[in-house]
Design a protein around this ligand. Structure first.
Ligand code: NCC
Length: 276
């Protein structure tokens, strides 16, 4: 297959991926009483457009980066899962506009999802590794983690905080973009939160800077900037097709290689700025 250029890849993402979230009108939710807790409109109808956005990976290489001020200077900042800002402001900033969390975080006791203040600022967006078909009823009956039970509990405790759930079609459309642009078959597991969040922000922002998704000269086996845990798989991937995601992002990058080396910074245009 022909190897697509960066601009061609950007067009594919823009044309073939729909960034949608669950709304109360969708089956099977429309017949469930708690569906009224879901936001009435999709996320992209409610948020943005923002001029500049920062996507902050949770990589260990953010430690001692001193990127906090630069990250906070963006109009919107996306963070992932249990990644904190308190105590790490110098390196990762303190602004959180959106937090993208996987269903494991919502369900596991260690993360104290329902009670920890970590999750109470900004807009929450959750996702769950859905079956490949992306059929909503099939997924509802067999989620990877109890995302819907935890969602209902959280909404009751924090009724005013905006909280969206990604449509599983989105994760598999992003997966398909990765597979179609790789010569070999990739694992049939959804993309990482990092890549899903990057595409999400491309739909909301004019320009997106992604930090330490492609590691800088600070590259380390330290998994997260906020934990003393070492595993190269955090950067290279195991369950998620992470290395393939990084390959695509490298091809779409509009910034310089120097930016990656010194700042771990990638520059991507928002979809509104991509002309196909
Ligand atoms: O580690 P995680 O991701 O929360 O990191 C968020 C995103 O940052 C990018 N990353 C992270 C570390 C690193 N060294 N390099 C990176 O590029 C990745 O893009 C990653 O997606 C996830 O994707 O949701 C993930 O979540 C964790 C875990 O569930 C949460 O942190 C909660 O504890 C997964 N870890 C395990 O299941 C053990 C991880 O595989 C993916």
């Amino acid at each position: 297959r022909p190897k697509l250029s960066g601009p061609e890849l950007l067009c594919q993402l823009k044309d073939k991926v729909e960034v949608t979230t669950l709304t109360p009108d969708l089956q099977p939710f429309s017949s469930l009483p708690w569906a009224t807790q879901l936001p009435p409109k999709s996320l992209t109808a409610d948020l943005g457009p923002y001029k500049s956005c920062a996507v902050v990976s949770s990589a260990g290489s953010l430690r001692y980066s001193g990127l906090g001020k630069e990250i906070d200077s963006h109009d919107a900042v996306l963070r992932f899962n249990a990644a904190p800002t308190t105590g790490y402001e110098k390196d990762v900033g303190s602004k959180t506009t959106i937090r993208l969390i996987n269903s494991q975080v919502m369900a596991s006791d260690d993360h104290r999802f329902l009670s920890s203040s970590l999750y109470s600022s900004g807009v929450l967006v959750a996702w769950d590794p859905a079956p490949f078909s992306a059929d909503l009823t099939q997924w509802y009956n067999r989620t990877d983690y109890p995302i819907f039970i935890q969602y209902q509990r959280y909404r009751r405790l924090h009724p005013l905080q905006p909280f969206y759930i990604l449509h599983p079609r989105f994760e598999w459309q992003v997966w398909q973009r990765i597979q179609d642009n790789m010569a070999e078959p990739i694992q049939r597991n959804p993309p990482s939160s990092g890549f899903l969040g990057t595409v999400l922000m491309m739909s909301l922002c004019e320009v997106v800077h992604v930090y330490e998704f492609l590691p800088s000269r600070r590259k380390t086996e330290l998994c997260h900037y906020y934990q003393r845990f070492y595993d190269a798989a955090c950067t290279l991937g195991a369950y998620h097709p992470l290395l393939y995601e990084k390959n695509l992002v490298k091809r779409m990058n509009q910034g310089s290689d120097r930016d990656i080396f010194t700042h771990g910074r990638i520059t991507l245009p928002g979809f509104s700025k991509v002309n196909c």
